[in-house]
Design a protein around this ligand. Sequence first.
Ligand code: HEC
Length: 108
Amino acid sequence: MMKTTLQLGVLLLATALAAGSYAADGGNPKKGKHLYKKECKVCHSQSNAAGELTPMSKTMAQWDRFFDKDKHKANPAVFEKLSEKDLKDVQQFLYDHAADSAQPQTCG
Ligand code: HEC
């Protein structure tokens, strides 16, 4: 059990290093998931006009770009009302489960 966990840790680290980018470093993905459900799903659900959005909708690089450059320009107020820390947490959650991540996730 311990050994497996350790191996998984090494594998994840290797994957992260291979990806060469750790821009979403330091966020809390657990808090991010909670925030994503609370702050994003209101508009980004299947039945909504903004369209369904899941961590898998983008790659890790695309999420970093979105949070660094785009900053939700479709509706800037959405990001402006969140603190820098909150945004970092959401970014971390989406990044950790992006389409090309080690653990892609379709639901938030
Ligand atoms: C008030 C409604 C609303 C909320 C809340 C909201 N969004 Fe959006 N979002 C939109 C709209 C509208 C668009 C533009 C959709 C389009 O271009 O078709 C959009 C676009 C996006 C896109 C670009 C989609 C693409 O295909 O590239 C991303 C990524 C995104 N939002 C992420 C988020 C995240 C993350 C949150 C939570 C922090 C969030 N949104 C909260 C309404 C919302």
